[in-house]
Design a protein around this ligand. Structure first.
Ligand code: GH3
Ligand code: MG
Ligand code: MG
Ligand code: MG
Length: 312
């Protein structure tokens, strides 16, 4: 059985909503000193399509928790070397902040043990011997709630792009990660051209549709590690990890050209929409505020030069 070795570690870009991993399937971190239980649960949970990481002691559990960013934590109460309750209190604050459900499992099914688990912040308690069907259905509900919760808090309702609040979170984490690893990282500020005119000419509902289709279009033309945020009305921020300014320019020009071909229809009229964008490359000194300022200045130049273009 593999226990969270480095090569098993998948890099995760985001803090709360993980990359394509959580869009397709959730990940679970199982912590138990009993290898037979780990093997059994891993197999059962993988049949549900969940990614399962296992750890048999605190050290491995902590490394896995921070590096793999699981969507759910399952913790044994009694372990040879560790106290499951102690581990629970160790993870509790982080888990709470990130809406990660924590589930305790134990052969000790006494009322006081169960109560203690909930008092210490557990979201559920499952008694050993585990009934696998019950485990699966309960974990499924916890994962579903986590997904709804994180989506509700991080995603802009109208467009489905991430919201501005989440940009702050993502940037904090990514800036340190990428800059530390000496990787290039770009941010683009995008603003739809003459959007006020679209609203005035075709109505706000049509304006809303433009925003929605713009987001849908961009999302389908970027890498899974790229992320789009709605910064304000018709302003968006695109985060492009492992991308140089030159590559960002190419990417945005490609999107500019493909989005420009999307036609919008209303009352027998057809129109097209363009945008302007400014690109800035993140450095070790960049705060979110100054990188956005830099991108915004480039965007301003793009507008000045006649719109429908990208400027670095
Ligand atoms: P420019 O090319 O210089 O960017 O001009 P613009 O008209 O796009 O820019 P301006 O900032 O003057 O107008 C933006 C408009 O976007 C004004 C505002 O009413 C509209 N807007 C902001 N949020 C929404 C929204 O959620 N839905 C719709 N339909 N319109 C919105
Ligand atoms: Mg045990
Ligand atoms: Mg604007
Ligand atoms: Mg605009």
């Amino acid at each position: 059985i593999k226990i969270c070795y480095k090569d098993e570690i998948v890099e995760v870009e985001q803090l709360m909503v993980n990359d394509k991993r959580s869009q397709t399937s959730a990940s679970i971190l199982l912590i138990d000193d009993d290898l037979s239980i780990l093997i059994y649960l891993k197999e059962q949970f993988e049949q549900q399509g969940w990614h399962v990481f296992v750890a048999s002691n605190k050290e491995k559990a902590v490394a896995a928790f921070y590096e793999l960013k699981p969507d759910c934590l399952i913790l044994d109460v009694y372990m040879q070397e560790e106290d499951g309750f102690e581990l629970l209190s160790f993870f509790n604050e982080q888990a709470r902040q990130r809406f990660i459900p924590t589930i305790m499992i134990s052969a000790d099914n006494r009322k006081e043990t169960r109560i203690k688990a909930f008092q210490m912040g557990a979201d559920d308690f499952l008694a050993k011997p585990l009934d696998i069907e019950e485990c699966v259905v309960k974990i499924g509900r916890h994962l579903e709630r986590r997904k709804l919760f994180t989506e509700y808090l991080l995603v802009d309702e109208l467009t489905g792009a991430y919201n501005r609040k989440y940009l702050t979170e993502v940037y904090k984490q990514q800036q340190t990660n990428y800059v530390r690893n000496k990787e290039t990282y770009c941010i683009a500020m995008i603003d739809l051209d003459y959007f006020k005119k679209i609203n005035d000419t075709y109505g706000h509902l049509m304006g809303d549709e433009v925003l929605q289709r713009f987001v849908k279009h961009v999302k389908s033309h970027i890498r899974t590690t790229d992320q789009l945020f709605r910064y304000g009305g018709e302003e968006f921020v695109l985060c492009l990890p492992r991308t140089s300014a030159e590559e960002a320019l190419t990417t945005l020009n490609r999107i500019l050209s493909s989005f420009g071909k999307e036609s919008f229809h209303i009352n027998n009229q057809t129109f097209f929409v363009t945008f302007s964008a400014g690109v800035a490359e993140v450095s070790s000194e960049s705060t979110l505020e100054n990188i956005l300022n830099q991108a915004d200045r480039a965007l301003y130049t793009a507008k000045e030069k006649g719109r429908n273009q990208v400027v670095v």
